[in-house]
Design a protein around this ligand. Structure first.
Ligand code: HEM
Length: 107
């Protein structure tokens, strides 16, 4: 499988998986927790595969030739990234099925 096909399969899998996470009982809580972890791993892979683009934008941030649209979508992407990691981390800290031992009453 070439790199492009792998990226498309990865992104489509995330596109299908992520909306399912927004109801924790869509299939079962066990599914939600496993799928949440898988989604975090897929996101990590997505970031590694696109690392060149991610760092390329940062290094050209102060150059005028970087289009406004790219800057705007980059900021939106960062907000998504932060909120997704926060959802995953808070999910882990209230886990009932996979990691009930680390359940934190604060969360
Ligand atoms: C990373 C992506 C994740 C997203 C976007 C996400 C999203 C959500 C949302 C929106 C809820 C509330 C939904 C509802 O009440 O129906 C929820 C609840 C919950 N999530 Fe996640 N979650 C994620 C990952 C995880 C992970 C990795 C775990 C645990 C290993 C987890 C465990 C839980 C638990 C225990 C609840 C509370 C269920 C309940 O008591 O009703 N989540 N999650």
């Amino acid at each position: 499988m070439n790199r492009r096909t792998f990226r498309i399969i990865l992104d489509v899998t995330m596109l299908v998986l992520v909306p399912l996470l927004y109801n924790s009982r869509v299939l079962s809580l066990a599914f939600h927790e496993v799928a949440g972890l898988v989604a975090l791993l897929l996101l990590g892979t997505h970031l590694v595969l696109n690392w060149k683009w991610i760092t390329g934008i940062i290094t050209s941030w102060f150059q005028k030739r970087l289009p406004r649209k790219t800057r705007f979508t980059y900021v939106i992407d960062l907000a998504f990234l932060g909120s997704f990691f926060f959802a995953g981390a808070s999910g882990l800290s209230i886990s009932r099925v996979l990691l009930p031992g680390i359940r934190d009453p604060l969360w």
